[in-house]
Design a protein around this ligand. Structure first.
Ligand SMILES: NC(=O)c1ccc[n+]([C@@H]2O[C@H](COP(=O)([O-])OP(=O)(O)OC[C@H]3O[C@@H](n4cnc5c(N)ncnc54)[C@H](O)[C@@H]3O)[C@@H](O)[C@H]2O)c1
Length: 273
């Protein structure tokens, strides 16, 4: 069995992924925070990826890295800089130095959030990030491209829409990714023999999708879920009166907000006096 490092393993997506991949791989789960539950056959290693020495330590002896760790919403520049720019660089560079070729990188729909909802976009469009967070995801994609072209690494970027057991609002009917479809995409990212540098959209086969995900289908992705099954229920709950700009663009409220509540606030560090 391959050993896979998952950074950000305590986060929302990491938790879904660890459950879905538990029987397929030996998982080395890493995060700044503790895991609420450690699955059988799983090893936890605490690390702060904004420190290069930590990144070097955790990427040693693994077959691939699924790099989920970081700041996952729009927020203050310093938090994004440390976790998503410096942290992302550290993980790629540490993997390279440790001879780990394969990296699955979860980028985001917010790398292209300023495309309009009436547009259908594919993996070849130029980025249109909708905030500092989106810019950090574009940085990760660019870094992946550099490491593939210059150092022969194999980088699979998934522009994730929204991972949830069920889609939770109108916008997410278009960008929903079920946990099992997420696991299928990540598995392609780990296993496909011909990955050099690829960008795909991390969405299920949603009828209301804004994406032409033909690049994922070309690589063998066969999503099993479609948000339409939940559409009636979701639309019945949807409240009118949302911001018209947020409604116009794919990135939704990220196109207007300066900060979105962070689902993974950083733990308070004990400082030496
Ligand atoms: N949730 C989604 O639907 C979604 C959508 C698009 C992209 N993504 C991307 O997927 C990844 C995971 O998202 P998520 O929703 O699980 O986010 P999350 O905020 O729930 O989890 C992120 C994890 O990263 C950890 N982390 C933050 N800074 C760190 C550091 N310096 N060192 C080590 N660990 C650190 C946090 O402790 C947290 O557990 C993120 O990169 C996010 O940008 C997620």
């Amino acid at each position: 069995m391959k050993t896979i490092l998952i950074t950000g393993a305590a986060g929302d997506v990491g938790t879904h992924l660890r459950r879905e991949l538990a029987s397929k791989y030996v998982l080395k789960a890493s995060d700044l925070r503790s895991l609420t539950k450690i699955n059988k056959e799983e090893k936890f290693v605490r690390a702060d990826i904004s420190k290069f020495s930590d990144a070097l330590r955790i990427t040693k002896g693994v077959d691939a890295v699924v790099h989920m760790g970081g700041y996952s919403v729009e927020g203050p520049w310093d938090g994004i800089l440390q976790a998503n720019i410096i942290g992302c660089y550290n993980v790629f560079e540490a993997a390279r130095r440790n001879g780990v070729k394969r990296i699955v990188f979860p980028t985001s729909n917010h790398a292209t959030g300023f495309y309009r909802r009436k547009d259908t976009i594919d993996h070849r469009v130029y980025p249109k990030p909708d905030g500092r967070y989106g810019v950090s995801k574009v940085f990760g994609e660019a870094l992946g491209s550099l490491y593939a072209d210059k150092y022969g690494m194999e980088v699979f970027c998934i522009r994730i829409g929204n991972v949830n057991p069920v889609p939770i609002d109108k916008r997410r009917l278009s960008i929903w990714l079920s946990p099992r479809d997420l696991a299928q995409l990540v598995t392609i990212g780990i296993e496909h023999p011909k990955i050099r540098f690829e960008i795909v959209y991390g969405v299920s086969r949603n009828k209301r999708s804004w994406y032409d995900n033909s690049n994922a289908y070309r690589l063998g992705y066969k999503p099993q879920d479609d948000s339409e099954r939940y559409a009636k229920e979701v639309m019945a709950r949807e409240k009118p009166g949302a911001d018209p700009i947020a409604e116009m663009y794919q990135g939704g409220t990220f196109t207007v907000a300066e900060e979105v509540p962070n689902p993974a606030p950083l733990p308070k560090m004990k400082r030496k006096k």
